[in-house]
Design a protein around this ligand. Sequence first.
Ligand code: ADP
Ligand code: MG
Length: 263
Amino acid sequence: MIEVRDLQKNFGAQRVLDGISFQIESGESVAIIGRSGCGKSVLIKHLIGLMKPDTGDVLIDGESIVPMDERQLLRVRQKFGMVFQGAALFDSMTVKENVAFALRRNSKMTEAEISKRVARALEVVDLPGTENKNPAELSGGMRKRVGLARAIVYEPQILLYDEPTTGLDPIVSDSIDQLIIHVRDELKVTSVVVTHDMRSARRVGNHVIMLHQGKIQANCSPEQLFNSTDPIVRQFVDGIADPKENLINQPDYPTAFFRHPKE
Ligand SMILES: Nc1ncnc2c1ncn2[C@@H]1O[C@H](COP(=O)(O)OP(=O)(O)O)[C@@H](O)[C@H]1O
Ligand SMILES: [Mg+2]
């Protein structure tokens, strides 16, 4: 479903991706891990055409997206739902309005269809019947759930999460991880979860890809990763303290990410 071939990306003199290749099959659940600043966000931006590689290719369902223009990319991006840390809810709107926002802007759905889609998305994230609440009334974990409902209301085939648990306390993080697993099983979506949290990667990934210095250091099951004797993998898995890990490095994704090609 997703194929990345020998991807290279430089920013000036800095080589961020140095020949990355992997495949993600339909229905898989993949964790992409690596230290802060190692290029995880840059990599997933390439999967949806928000960044273009210097060389290499990205294929989505067999179709190369690298040469596509914005209009063609919008069509491909409709396959994706995206959940990222900075995704704030609009506090002036109800939960329903937040979740329905993109549906209303981008489709010709009837009000009844929209209500049905929103109700279903809220059920999947275990917040049934909260349509008329204000985001300000919700806890941090619940707000995250609404953010996820907003990503799945489109019924995407692939869900991308960029650091969904960064900055959350361990209990809320656990519940978000459980939710990621639940959503994957419920909606049969392919999930790609970017994280620098090893615990989270182990819980949500059937398969783990570790980036290090622009290359893939490991591409294996979580168990293989935990049993690895590779010193670089071990250092990461054993969580040797690195003060840089505490710097939350979040890219700013465009908020109007999903625009309809007809717009
Ligand atoms: N638009 C950009 N312009 C220049 N440098 C960038 C840009 N986006 C990311 N970088 C750099 O690329 C590196 C990888 O960043 P990123 O993918 O955000 O790391 P992370 O693994 O923490 O998600 C960092 O050194 C970052 O400063
Ligand atoms: Mg990042």
